[in-house]
Design a protein around this ligand. Sequence first.
Ligand SMILES: Cc1cc2nc3c(=O)[nH]c(=O)nc-3n(C[C@H](O)[C@H](O)[C@H](O)COP(=O)(O)OP(=O)(O)OC[C@H]3O[C@@H](n4cnc5c(N)ncnc54)[C@H](O)[C@@H]3O)c2cc1C
Length: 423
Amino acid sequence: MPPPSTLSLWDETAEESDFRSPLTGDVTTDVAIVGGGYTGLSTALHAAERGLDCCVLEARQIGFGGSGRNVGLLNAGLWLPPQDVRAKLGGERGARLVDILGDGPAYVMSLIERHQIRCELTRSGTIHAAHSEDGLKDLTRRAEEWARLGAPVRLLSRQETAEKIGSHAFHGGLLDARAGTLNPMGYVRGLARAAKGAGARIHTEAPVTKLIKQPDGWLLETAHGTVRAKSVILATNAYSDGLWPGLEESFVPIHFFQVATVPLGARIASILPERQGIWDTGRIMFSLRRDAADRLIIGSMGAAIGGAKGLSERWASRQLKRLFPDLGPVEFETSWHGRIAMTADHLPRIHRLDDGLYTPIGYNGRGIAPGTVFGKAMADLLAGGAEADLLMPVTDVRPETARGLKAGFYEAAFAVNQVFRSL
Ligand SMILES: Cc1cc2nc3c(=O)[nH]c(=O)nc-3n(C[C@H](O)[C@H](O)[C@H](O)COP(=O)(O)OP(=O)(O)OC[C@H]3O[C@@H](n4cnc5c(N)ncnc54)[C@H](O)[C@@H]3O)c2cc1C
């Protein structure tokens, strides 16, 4: 049983091995990548496959950020419905992004297959569940648009939703057959293994403390070594620190916590029997899934509070009782949280911070497929592609208005929600 202080359940249960490889000495490379999550490792994998020499520097361990802590819902598209993405980005560019990210899960699944990544992949879809009649209206609008685009996304009746989830709590659901679930840490460690196999160097426990512009590229300083590179990709997303001035201030950081039960075996035979993962339409949404060992993993927005028998476990107990009145009391194994980078318009960004220095950032809690796909797009750019072909217009970094106030407000609202819903 993992101690409560581990990074996440996935850190303990991922079949793919972790590795530690600190940087000592001085390295020269084509591309330096800061951050060992999906974005950084996908950039490294695809850049190495295109013959570029690259070196990843991760401050802590592979998957230390969102990539080793998330729910594992391998979803298509973005957080926003496709019509809203087009409205915000403009017709042609928006349509291209929707199209490419619509195929995002299939691309991730193809990488998993190609590199034999052991990450508990399921392919039976995910369900966006309606918590209210208004939620159902939102899902209906999404379903109509995905149907117009020819995507295999289907609105489920109240009864079908109850059968697929094993709960009568929902007004309906949207089943996306393109999606699936995975063990997030298994996937990110597998990407690291694949990138190493393709020739990328990967160093862990190597926080980059300084980025210094040189006449022919960049010098990255760490405590025990340096890297000289022609180009740099910052793949630090919600875990960005003060390395590049203003980057941390360009998004609102919020937390999402999860609580995992012990393996429940046959007791949960009727809960998510086809193993879809779900999230709901509530403003403070929650998520629920099973893992390969038949744990239930339930989460919501905010930080995990209180450890064993603490507030988050009480919240989880209460929610499981509400959803599955016949389940009875369950024992919990662990809880954890991670940080999400929210942007005001809920769209990700690609910033050019300086010559040869880029960052894809701000996935708004939908980063497994987008991080992988944006990483591949960065590799295309580094291999000689055009900025105009990137998935988002390249922009300058701008501070998010009233970031501190918004972050404080959201975290307070999430904590109150946990207290209120644990009673
Ligand atoms: C709790 C939670 C649930 C989520 N659920 C889902 C989900 O179900 N589906 C989905 O698609 N998305 C989900 N997301 C979002 C998804 O996890 C992220 O968008 C994705 O992991 C981002 O990947 P990344 O590689 O860009 O960044 P990260 O995985 O966060 O990696 C950034 C890395 O940069 C490193 N770093 C930072 N500064 C430095 C430095 N100076 N030097 C060296 N290294 C540095 C950090 O240590 C970190 O490992 C969730 C996120 C969270 C937190």
